[in-house]
Design a protein around this ligand. Structure first.
Ligand SMILES: NC(=O)c1ccc[n+]([C@@H]2O[C@H](COP(=O)([O-])OP(=O)(O)OC[C@H]3O[C@@H](n4cnc5c(N)ncnc54)[C@H](O)[C@@H]3O)[C@@H](O)[C@H]2O)c1
Length: 360
């Protein structure tokens, strides 16, 4: 059995527990969270899974002192990731850090250095790559179906940010900003689909609708709820992100399109159709991509958490490299940080940033 610990047992931590329960040779031995509500909710979940002998902690420092975990899932608020990883770095364990890897370029630079010399092995939870319809779409794009991809567009039209424990996600200082917190997934997809790095980014966005009537200790949330972000890539492809977080009536929450000389490939979520529309108008050809029921039931992310954990677990067991690395985590953060700098200045921002740990 591979022994797992969980740090942070809120919404996402519980989704990881539900999915780890589906991995037969994974045993959850410890869960740490200072919030009694989260700890009790995870305890209630785990009671139905007697295969695991879980010890519960309200401080992760106690957990790592007493438990020898082969792997740890870190699902705490974004601004805590860096400090906790520093505390775990000396452990001989694999760590899956939820996205975003951290919230500032300063921490990113320190993390790049730390990950190179740490005893622990780090992976990053940019799980959209594993959503079955998206994974199929990416495989087909990489197979060259459209010819060289010239344009990539990603649309997310969704519901507002959900309430979180202690409302941490209402403020940029805790999340890194919406274009980091939410959109690191999409910037990671852009890099992954295009297999290229961005050279310039321009963003226009604002907080126009959401959370304006909320108050936390007298402060109104400052997180943006809509944006267009345009990204130029080194190889000449251009990409755009269209984000709206007050579109809860939208039937298809996400859509990704790539277009090349041969035609257009698109995917919709939750529709799960991959649609190929060649320029000769012989299409469209629709492929529906099913996700196993148990993967759908174990989370809110259309099976992404399930397949991400399968890949992470396999790498832990076999000692092979993680598919999504610290560099992927930092580069997706960097694009979000750059997009926020563009919002602030009204100017396009050149990438890589001056304060990046990666110069090429
Ligand atoms: N991959 C995805 O698509 C996805 C989706 C949602 C959230 N997330 C990420 O997961 C992380 C957690 O988000 P969430 O939605 O579960 O938030 P949440 O507020 O529901 O849960 C966070 C939990 O962490 C706990 N916590 C805070 N400080 C801690 C500490 N020092 N030690 C242990 N526990 C601590 C809180 O008490 C809370 O129970 C965030 O980084 C978020 O960005 C990822």
């Amino acid at each position: 059995m591979t022994k797992y610990g969980l740090i942070g047992a809120g919404m996402m931590g519980q989704e990881h527990l539900a999915n780890l329960n589906l991995i037969e040779d994974a045993e959850i031995i410890a869960i740490a969270d200072p919030d009694a509500g989260s700890l009790n909710a995870s305890r209630a979940m785990m009671q139905n899974h007697p295969r695991h002998g879980v010890t519960y902690y309200d401080q992760y420092q106690d957990m790592i002192e007493k438990e020898a975990c082969d792997a740890i899932i870190l699902a705490t608020p974004n601004f805590t990731h860096f400090g906790i990883v520093q505390d775990l770095a000396h452990l001989d364990t694999a760590i899956l850090i939820e996205k975003p890897i951290c919230t500032t370029m300063e921490d990113a630079r320190a993390l790049a250095v730390l990950s190179a010399k740490a005893k622990c092995r780090l992976a990053v939870g940019l799980e959209y790559r594993y959503m079955p319809p998206l994974a199929r779409f990416i495989r087909r794009a990489h197979a060259g179906e459209t010819g060289q991809v010239r344009m990539l567009s990603i649309r997310e039209h969704r519901f507002p940010f959900l309430p979180k424990v202690n409302d941490w996600n209402r403020f940029n200082e805790n999340t890194g900003g919406t274009l980091v917190e939410k959109c690191c997934h999409f910037f990671d997809l852009m890099r992954h689909i295009l297999r290229d790095e961005p050279v310039r980014i321009y963003a226009s966005g604002a907080q126009d609708v959401n959370h304006l009537d909320e108050s936390y200790d007298g402060r109104t949330p400052d997180i943006i709820d809509n944006a267009f972000v345009v990204v130029d890539f080194r190889g000449g492809a251009r990409a755009v992100l269209d984000l709206c977080m007050y579109a809860e009536g939208s039937e298809q929450q996400e859509a990704v399109h790539v277009v090349g000389e041969q035609g257009k490939l698109e995917v919709t979520i939750p529709g799960a159709d991959v649609i190929w529309s060649p320029r000769d108008k012989s299409g469209p050809f629709v492929e529906h991509v099913d996700t196993p029921d148990e993967a759908m039931r174990a989370g809110q992310h259309h099976g992404a958490t399930y397949f991400q954990l399968q890949a992470f677990h396999q790498a832990v067991v076999s000692g092979t490299p993680f598919e999504i690395t610290v560099e992927d985590g930092i580069r997706s953060l960097e694009m979000g940080v750059a997009a926020h700098r563009s919002l602030e200045t009204g100017q396009a921002v050149t990438l890589p940033l001056d304060d990046t740990p990666y110069k090429t």
